[in-house]
Ligand binder design. Sequence first.
Ligand code: URA
Length: 434
Amino acid sequence: MQMYDLIYKKRNGRELTREEINYFIQGYTAGTIPDYQVSALLMAIYFKGMTGRETADLTMAMVNSGEVINLEQIPGIKVDKHSTGGVGDKTTLVLAPLVASAGVPVAKMSGRGLGHTGGTIDKLESIPGFNVNLQPEDFIRQVKDIGIALMAQTGIITPADKKLYALRDVTATVDSIPLIASSVTSKKIASGADAILLDVKCGSGAFMKTRQDAASLAQAMVAIGKLVNRRMVAVVTEMGQPLGRAVGNALEVKEALTTLVGEGPGDLRELCLTLGSHMLVLGGVSRDTAGARARLKDLLNQGKALQKFKQLIEAQGGNASVIDSPEKLPAARYQSSVAAPEGGYVADIDTMQVGRAAMLLGAGRASKDDLIDHAAGLVLTKKTGDFVKKGEELAVLHTNRKDALDAITKLTASAFTITVNSPEKAQLIWETIE
Ligand code: URA
């Protein structure tokens, strides 16, 4: 088999066979096929697309490029959840202990943040002492003991995806639906999940800017699940403004804690109840989503979800007293208010820009090896639909870097579009695809 022939075939819009896909993934992982040929193939895929069968074969080829975590020792249906990413998305911090408290085993690997989006692992690391680097055997033992463990993704799964993603990043081939769908689902399958819930975001803070593109990605992923025998459900949700009010690691942990006691921002709570109810059904502990939702509300109100979060923190060496004393979480030296330049209704928030402001305050990484400041970030005082008077507070910035505060204040204020007329109510959940 020759790589040239695969490039030629795909360039002409023809379908690659499973053997051809395995050949290119194995060769690229082993270093026997060079970047320039893989780049050409990726560009051909970008323009010509892939069938559902090709996308599923690409997914499994990437799964088999590394180790597959075996969770069979853990009784029950293991349900994983994946978000395509956004700003202020602290859902896992609430959802993981919530569904674990309902009896669904949570054995979850998560990633770190990059650019304007945050990552669950960075958020967890803002809890003093929390260890995200578990050995696979300790990870499994902990899920068997307390029903939940969260760890950083290891380098042993899907090495092909790691190499391909880095290449896509520099060859303008990231935003291809079959490439994104196979990249996301391969990591989840290799992490050992039996069933996967996908939170596919759309809007200004998401990868997919439109609802249609998000739905196409969701459909592509659910179709992969059908072809490789993994139950997958995708929910298309809005990321046209940050989720909740807090953006930044310790600030988001604080917001998650309030949500775990049944309070917290309405959108975050609603998203957790919607996603969580699908997870309970996928995990076989509830018959339908209505029953699951009622059960999740009870678990929040009875403090069971918070108790599970406490157990998780203790098991992973963290200081669980942050639950009762959130002031023990890292806090920034400087806080600064962002004032509205004019009065009116908040019609839109440029979510990417808010994420960028949080990153510049110290909460995120401009490049992979940057250090982050767990205390930094911002809290939105106003969200879409709120009325604001001229000079009233739109957000509060938290930082240990005073130097760039004026510029970041301007950047944050300009993320808000303020209009005379009140905008339409923002919708949070768009559709479910299964
Ligand atoms: N996230 C992934 O894991 N892969 C992609 O291709 C895009 C987003």
